[in-house]
Write a protein that binds this ligand. Structure first.
Ligand code: NAD
Length: 279
């Protein structure tokens, strides 16, 4: 029987734990505050930003909203970040990506104080992850580790194959899996024999951003499959990088889309906000 990994339930469990943590912090006189910056009105970004604010409200984290016009200059955005870096009442700073073309996202990420970088994208935090020091970790990969652990899936010694090497998902995922003592293979668009390599995985993590690309030919019987992709299919229904109906009967555990990895990303962002207060 395939175990369907219920990200929605696990994320809710974590948010309830965080609610209690935030309460304890408030009792100790510490309030958690997250500054959320959105430039422009990209509809997908607006949905993500609103979901983050909703999660803050549920847990008891104060969210400060900065909605800047589409034509905001890089200098204006950097000035706001500088101001928030200096503000002792702000623990976390989040700039919703993507940014309009006149703004260089790398410069923006580097401008955020590493101590307030709750997305875990700053090179200092990425470096800390690489050498095994505590720091903020990118939320989606951190959420996948929690999904696996809270579903009773053993990571230590498992062969984990990751499809995708982005700075936000694939690379930090590989570093986290190494930290958990998995044997890790990272594959990407130039990988040869992708199917054969994927079929060697005990845990297969699909983060390539191609709708329903992963068919049962990529999956060893009994493997665990984690689907990071989010897309709309021809009927406008949400789907992932994995052809779920075809693949799931061959797995021992699998995440659905929606309701798998997605809800965990926000839960981990909330974790980082709480940690920011304790730093
Ligand atoms: P990206 O486009 O930055 O990276 C995709 C990676 O996949 C690249 O490293 C590329 O080399 C690799 N790739 C592309 N085609 C491939 C192929 N045919 N074979 C093997 N490798 C291939 O994407 P990303 O930001 O890492 O996101 C990946 C997916 O995850 C997207 O669908 C994105 O929407 C989704 N995502 C979901 C969440 C969430 O919270 N659930 C968070 C972030 C990203």
């Amino acid at each position: 029987m395939t175990q369907i990994i219920d990200g929605k339930r696990i994320a809710q469990e974590i948010k309830d734990e965080q609610k209690r943590q935030a309460e304890l912090l408030r009792e100790a006189g510490k309030e958690v505050a997250l500054a959320v910056i959105q430039v422009g009105e990209d509809p997908a970004s607006t949905v993500y930003v609103n979901n983050k604010k909703k999660a803050c409200a549920y847990i008891g984290i104060r969210s400060l909203s900065y909605e800047l016009p589409e034509d905001t200059s890089e200098a204006e955005l950097l000035a706001l970040i500088e101001e928030l870096n200096e503000d002792d009442e702000v623990n976390g700073i989040l700039v919703q990506l993507p940014l309009p073309p006149q703004i260089n996202a790398d410069r923006v990420i580097r401008a955020i104080s590493p101590k307030k970088d709750v997305d875990g994208f700053h090179p200092e935090n990425v470096g800390k992850l690489a050498i095994g020091e505590p720091g903020f970790v990118s939320c989606t990969p951190a959420g996948i580790i929690q999904l696996l652990k809270r579903s009773g899936i053993r990571i230590e010694g498992a062969h984990c194959v990751i499809i995708g090497r982005s700075n936000i998902v694939g690379k930090p995922m590989a570093l986290l899996m190494l930290r958990e003592n998995a044997t890790v293979t990272v594959t990407h668009s130039k990988t040869k024999n992708l199917k054969e390599i994927c079929r060697e995985a005990d845990i297969l993590i699909a983060a390539l951003g191609k709708p329903q690309f992963i068919t049962s030919e990529y999956v060893r019987e009994g493997a665990v499959v984690i689907d990071v992709g989010i897309h709309r299919d021809a009927d406008n229904k949400l789907c992932g990088d994995v052809k779920y109906d075809e693949v799931s009967p061959h797995t021992s555990a699998i995440t659905p889309v929606p309701g798998g990895v997605g809800p965990m990303t926000i839960a981990m962002l909330m974790n980082n906000c709480i940690e920011a207060v304790l730093m």
